[in-house]
Design a protein around this ligand. Structure first.
Ligand code: NDP
Length: 401
C-alpha cells in the first residue's frame, strides 16, 4: 500500500494514472499534478469512472520550481514521484525528491532547454547524493529508453555470454489520418529527430548527417519499412553497462510524408529553439509550433495499426555465434480502448508503472541512481506482459543488419 505522485498530465501521464489505478493494492493513493489543473481533473475523472479507484486527487504544480515541488510533496507525502512531464524538469524534480527523501522515476533523460543534448551525465552526477539519502532514482523507464534496456539485460542474462552487436529497431506502423503529427510531445520529439545521427562502434561514437543512413527492415505483423539511423539516449547507458558491445545503433521508421513536413519545418525556421521577438513578445518557434500541431494525446480515436519496438542482437553463446530478436507489438486501437490514448503513450506509460511497482514492492529498490538495465530483467518482463505489453523472442534468424 503506497502513495505515489505522478507529475505530467499528457498522453503518458494519462496511461500511467490508468495503469497505477488498475493496481489499487500497490498504488493505494495517487496524486496527479501538472502545470494545468484542468488536464489532471479530466484524466482523473476518466480513470475514476473506468477503474473505480477511490483515492485519486489532483494538484497544480510548476515542476521547474523546487520550493513549490517540495511543498506539494510534503503535503501529500508520497513514497515515489513518477515524473512524466518534460525532460527539462528532471533535475528540479530530483532536487525536490532529495530534499524530501522521496524515490524518483522518469522516462527521458535531462535536456537543457537551450540546447537539444541527450546525455546522462547531469543525472548520473546525482548518484552519491541519492545513495547517501538512501533513496532511488530510476532513469529512463519508458519503452525506449526503458524496455529496450531491459530487453538487452534479458538477452545478456539468458541468451549470450557476450553481446557484440546491438540494433534497437523502432517502428510505428500506425496511421492517425493526419498530414503531420508527432506521437509524443512535439517539441521534445522534433528536437530529438532533427539531431545528427550517432552510433557507437569499436569504442568511439560516429556521427552521421540527420537521416543520412537508412535501411529497409521487416517488422513482425507490419512488414517492410524504411528505417533511419538516429541517436537515442539509451545507447549511452547500454554501451557503458554492457562493455562487450562492439557496435550499438538505433533505427526508427519515418514515412516520406513525415520527413517532407519535417524538412519544411526546419527550412522555414519553425524548428528553432532560440527565442525570437514577435510583436514585442519573445517566443520560441518550436514551442509555438507545438501549440498548433495536433495534441499527441488526442490522436487515439482514429489511430489504426501497431507499433513494433525491439532489440536485434548478435554475439557469442558457448563459443558459437548467435542471433536473437526480442520485441513487442502494441495496437493503437487496443491502447485507446483501454486508456483513451494511442500506442506510443501506452508503450511509455505501462513500463513506467511496472518500474514503479517493482520499486514499491522492493524488488527493484536500491539507494542511488540507476538505469533500468542495471536491475534484474526477470520480474520486469513478467509484469510487463501481465500489464498489457506482451513480448516475443526468436533465435537463429536473419537480423537484416
Ligand atoms: P505531453 O506534452 O503530452 O505531456 C507533458 C505534460 O507535462 C503536460 O501535461 C504538461 O502540462 C506537463 N508539463 C510541462 N511542463 C511542466 C511544468 N513546468 N510543470 C508541470 N507540468 C509540466 O508529453 P507526453 O505525455 O507525450 O510525454 C511525457 C514524457 O514522456 C516526455 O518527457 C517524453 O520525452 C517522455 N517519453 C518517453 C518515451 C520513452 O519511450 N521513454 C516515449 C514517449 C515519451 P501542460 O499540458 O499543462 O502544458
Amino acid at each position: 500500500m503506497s502513495r505515489v505522485m505522478i507529475i505530467g498530465a499528457g498522453g503518458v501521464g494519462r496511461v500511467v494514472t490508468y495503469k497505477c489505478a488498475q493496481n489499487p493494492a500497490v498504488f493505494s493513493e495517487i496524486l496527479l499534478a501538472s502545470r494545468t489543473l484542468s488536464k489532471c481533473d479530466q484524466i482523473v475523472a476518466d480513470v475514476r469512472r473506468d477503474t473505480g479507484h477511490r483515492k485519486l486527487t489532483t494538484a497544480r504544480v510548476d515542476a521547474e520550481n523546487v520550493p513549490e515541488l517540495v511543498a506539494l510533496i510534503r503535503s501529500f507525502d508520497p513514497v515515489l514521484v513518477i515524473h512524466v512531464a518534460l525532460p527539462y524538469q528532471d533535475l528540479t524534480i530530483m532536487e525536490a525528491c532529495l530534499e524530501t527523501g522521496t524515490h524518483y522515476l522518469d522516462t527521458a533523460n535531462y535536456e537543457p532547454k537551450e540546447e537539444a543534448k541527450f546525455e546522462y551525465h547531469w543525472q548520473w552526477a546525482y548518484r552519491e547524493r541519492f545513495r547517501e539519502q538512501g533513496i532511488m532514482a530510476l532513469l529512463g523507464c519508458g519503452f525506449d529508453p526503458g524496455v529496450t534496456g531491459v530487453f538487452t539485460a534479458h538477452a545478456a542474462k539468458h541468451h549470450f555470454d557476450e553481446i557484440h552487436y546491438l540494433d534497437i529497431v523502432d517502428c510505428n506502423g500506425g496511421d492517425h489520418g493526419k498530414a503531420f503529427a508527432t506521437n509524443f510531445n512535439p517539441e521534445i520529439n522534433i528536437r530529438e529527430i532533427t539531431q545528427k545521427g550517432k552510433y557507437f562502434e569499436d569504442g568511439r561514437w560516429i556521427e552521421t548527417e540527420p537521416h543520412a543512413v537508412s535501411k529497409v527492415l521487416t517488422y513482425p505483423n507490419i512488414g517492410e519499412r524504411k528505417s533511419y539511423l538516429i541517436y537515442h539516449e539509451e545507447l549511452e547507458s547500454l554501451v557503458k553497462h554492457f562493455p562487450t558491445i562492439r557496435r550499438a545503433r538505433f533505427w526508427m521508421t519515418f514515412g516520406e510524408e513525415y520527413l517532407t513536413h519535417l524538412r519544411v519545418i526546419q527550412n522555414i525556421g519553425m524548428a528553432r529553439i532560440d527565442p525570437v521577438m514577435y510583436q514585442g513578445v519573445e517566443i520560441v518557434p518550436l514551442q509555438f509550433l507545438k501549440e498548433v500541431l495536433p495534441d499527441p494525446g488526442e490522436l487515439g480515436a482514429q489511430y489504426i495499426g501497431e507499433t513494433s519496438i525491439g532489440c536485434r542482437i548478435s554475439g557469442l553463446r558457448d563459443g558459437s555465434s548467435k542471433t536473437y530478436y526480442i520485441w513487442n507489438n502494441c495496437s493503437h486501437q487496443a491502447a485507446y480502448e483501454e486508456t483513451g490514448t494511442q500506442g506510443v503513450s501506452y508503450t511509455t506509460g505501462v513500463p513506467a508503472m511496472v518500474g514503479a511497482r517493482l520499486m514499491l514492492e522492493q524488488k527493484w529498490l536500491k539507494a542511488g541512481v540507476f538505469n533500468v538495465e542495471e536491475l534484474d530483467p526477470d520480474p520486469f518482463l513478467k509484469l510487463l506482459a501481465d500489464s498489457g505489453l506482451s513480448w516475443h523472442e526468436e533465435t537463429g534468424l536473419n537480423l537484416e543488419l
